[in-house]
Design a protein around this ligand. Structure first.
Ligand code: SAH
Length: 213
């Protein structure tokens, strides 16, 4: 995995662009500068890695646009000690950003091919590959709950109940909700039974699917 000074220069330029677009969290900016986005994209298309654009990956899925990754990560208000669950590993780029910021990050992917590919890449990059889990993220991750933060990186038709239950009191979930276009919803768990929601604008994601296959 080569991270040349050219890659680093392009990355710096991308991050400057994201700052211009309103990204201002210091921990998020630091992680964006560190993670080599080009290794999460097929090497033939490396030149696309540092454009602020989504890009196709394996199994008809997409690596999210850098701005979207930066925005969702900022909304989580992460601190190092947070235990985080991500739904929709995909290329693993967003996962790597989370792992740069927090000690404990779990991520679930339902496409087996993509899961295998990203797990292999994570071992090479020395990220916690064992925390990449194959399964249906709609159900959350019962055995590791509760989570301080939950991030969904696919568009959900509604907020999965199981994810709400697995959020700590005081915790935050960021989830794009909607059928064709999604609203970026931030859910805060105020108490055992009380949740508050805020809407942070419209985005476009691949769908969060229920059940495997
Ligand atoms: N964070 C990823 C986004 C990939 S797109 C990245 O930046 O690369 C969203 C991913 O969610 C896809 O890989 C898709 O396969 C996955 N996905 C969709 N429904 C899912 C579910 N129920 N459980 C787990 N993953 C799911």
């Amino acid at each position: 995995m080569i991270d040349s000074s050219k890659h680093q220069g392009l990355r710096k330029r991308l991050v400057d662009d994201l700052i211009t677009k309103g990204i201002d969290s210091a921990v998020v900016i630091k992680a964006l500068l560190k993670v080599p986005r080009h290794v999460f994209i097929d090497s033939d298309f490396e030149s696309h890695a540092y454009l602020d654009k989504a890009f196709p990956i394996e199994s008809n899925q997409t690596i999210s646009q850098p701005y979207t990754v930066a925005f969702q990560t900022s909304l989580l208000n992460l601190v190092e000690s947070d235990k985080v669950l991500e739904i929709g590993t995909g290329s693993g780029y967003q996962t790597a950003i989370l792992m740069e910021i927090c000690k404990t990050v779990y991520t679930i992917e339902r496409q087996h091919k993509l899961y295998r590919k990203t797990k292999k890449l994570f071992s090479k990059l020395n990220y916690h590959s064992k925390n990449i889990i194959y399964g249906d993220g709609y159900k959350g991750l019962e055995e590791k709950q509760p989570f301080d933060k939950i991030l969904v990186t696919a568009g959900a038709e509604e907020i999965p109940k199981k994810l709400l239950i697995q959020l700590k009191v005081g915790g935050i979930m960021v989830i794009p909700v909607g059928k064709n276009i999604q609203e970026m919803i931030v859910v805060k768990r105020i108490s055992k039974l009380k949740f508050e929601q805020e809407n942070h604008g419209n985005f476009k994601f691949v769908p969060l699917l229920k059940d495997l296959n």
